[in-house]
Design a protein around this ligand. Structure first.
Ligand SMILES: [Zn+2]
Length: 66
């Protein structure tokens, strides 16, 4: 998804359901990596569920943010 700022990323992650335990808003940001490719800039955010420890990566299109 396309985002305008880091606040959008936080908001998106807060709305996610954990795929493992099914709880909402339990994913917490662990690591953020900026990746540049020929199609644009991407933010890879590694998250882990604070309840069950399930790990999930979210990819955000931040092209145009810079
Ligand atoms: Zn979970």
């Amino acid at each position: 998804m396309k985002v305008k700022g880091i606040a959008d990323e936080y908001e998106f992650i807060r709305d996610q359901l954990c795929e493992n335990c099914g709880l909402k808003g339990t994913y917490k940001m662990q690591k953020q990596t900026l990746a540049e490719s020929y199609v644009g800039m991407f933010d890879i955010v590694e998250c882990a569920c604070s309840e069950c420890g399930d790990q999930k990566d979210f990819l955000f299109d931040v092209t145009g943010m810079f």
